[in-house]
Design a protein around this ligand. Structure first.
Ligand SMILES: [Zn+2]
Length: 415
């Protein structure tokens, strides 16, 4: 019997730089860890093929670095378009700040050239493996990966997964039988409030602020969150400004309606919103206004421009819509009430709130998914991409009675 070799090159007991190498040949994701000090997957690799689960840079951001090897790269069409958008943005920022990016425009051209587009649900074959992308919820185009080798050994890699519906994308529903499961662990031990409840609290908070003449800045990630928040506001008749890369991400998504839960609603939300283009920013009068804008963790982007206009106004509000990583401006705003804005420390008079619009399965959904896999014959579970991967592995061992491991960075396994 042959073995499958797994090498965990990132996202081990941490969130960021996802990368798993199978049989020294197939790379599942190749991301960077976001934040001030960008980190890359460990131990050089020479994969012949790279499968990208979705466009977020902690899963796709280092793929252009592999282009001198000329691997075959596979991803869904929306992931390809969104990943290109982010990669171009990375190059643009590096150029502007006179830094050297880890890859250049030639790598990016090769990335485009090497990539083969595969829709979810379609079987494909490469370098001795049968593979399939399956809808993962999370963001448009996000896919889990199912891989089978010649000996019919099978592996399922969740990428980032959400089994619950959001306004933007339907939750993941289809899980094939698999001997090995590699699961994300982001929200193990953390239960989400029901989405409806989160939405209600968010909308009430926005309304309260508008009613007293304040404005609301909603920092939101460009891919997924910006679109979802606009759909939510639109459903409640609240017209918002939208500024930043979320507009471009919307235009890409609208070209792939089959990956959107309700393309008509998405279009209506953007038609009803007021899109801001850079040069028009100065002319906007902020009076009982809502601005949905990047960056989601306040590290750069037009959000800082709007905060600069409003940070002395106690009637206004800053409503964060996602998890704030340690070391980001958004986390500092929550913990201290200050942010750093273009070199200056600003004390925020607006109230800072945070709502959990997570695009990941919560504790209950994660556990149900793993249990479902194990009920159908999964023999080994690997937990990665989380703050408590060890806790999740322990839970699987104790509650389900199946072998489970939270790999260490660089650790290898034969199964
Ligand atoms: Zn993601």
């Amino acid at each position: 019997m042959g073995f499958m070799e797994l090498e965990f090159k990132g996202a081990c007991r941490e969130v960021g730089r996802s990368a798993v190498l199978i049989d020294e040949k197939i790379m599942l994701d190749y991301g960077v860890s976001p934040g001030e000090n960008i980190q890359y997957p460990v131990n050089g690799s020479r994969p012949v093929a790279v499968f990208v689960s979705h466009a977020h840079i902690d899963h796709s951001g280092a793929v252009p670095n592999l282009m001198d090897l000329e691997p075959d790269v596979f991803m869904t069409p929306p992931t390809f378009d969104l990943a290109q958008m982010l990669a171009k943005d990375t190059l643009r920022i590096a150029e502007k700040e006179d830094e050297i990016a880890a890859y250049d425009s030639i790598d990016l051209t090769k990335f485009v050239h090497q990539t083969k587009l595969v829709d979810t649900g379609v079987n494909f074959h490469t370098h001795g493996y049968d593979a399939q992308f399956l809808d993962a919820g999370h963001i448009p185009g996000a896919a889990a990966i199912h891989l089978r080798d010649r000996e019919e050994k099978s592996l399922f890699y969740t990428g980032d997964i959400n089994t619950a519906d959001t306004r933007l994308v339907s939750g993941a529903v289809e899980f094939p039988d698999s001997e090995v499961l590699i699961t994300e662990s982001t929200y193990f031990g953390d239960e989400h409030l029901p989405r409806r409840e989160v939405e209600k609290q968010f909308v009430d908070s926005v309304r309260d602020t508008l009613d007293i003449g304040g404005s609301v800045i909603v920092p939101a990630f460009a891919i997924g969150r910006t679109q979802e928040i606009l759909m939510l506001l639109d459903a409640h008749g609240i017209r918002a400004y939208v500024d930043g890369m979320g507009v471009q991400a919307y235009k890409i998504m609208s070209k792939h309606p089959e990956y959107i839960r309700n393309p008509t609603h998405l279009k209506r939300a953007f038609d009803n919103a007021i899109m801001v283009h850079g040069h028009k920013r100065d002319s906007i009068k902020l009076e009982s206004s809502v601005i949905v804008t990047t960056a989601g963790m306040l590290n750069g982007g037009p959000a800082l421009y709007y905060i600069n206009k409003l940070y002395k106004d106690p009637k206004s509000k800053i409503i964060l819509t996602g998890y704030q990583v340690e070391g980001t401006n958004g986390r500092m705003a929550m913990d201290t009430g200050n942010i750093e804005n273009n070199g200056a420390i600003q004390h925020l008079k607006p109230k800072v709130e945070q709502y959990d619009f997570s695009a990941h399965s919560g504790d209950r959904e994660l556990k149900e998914m793993v249990k479902d896999f194990c009920d159908r014959g999964t023999e080994s579970v690997f937990t990665m991409h989380g703050d408590d991967c060890e806790g999740f592995a322990d839970w699987v061992k104790e509650e389900i009675g199946v072998k489970a491991i939270a790999p260490q960075l660089g650790e290898r396994f034969s199964i």
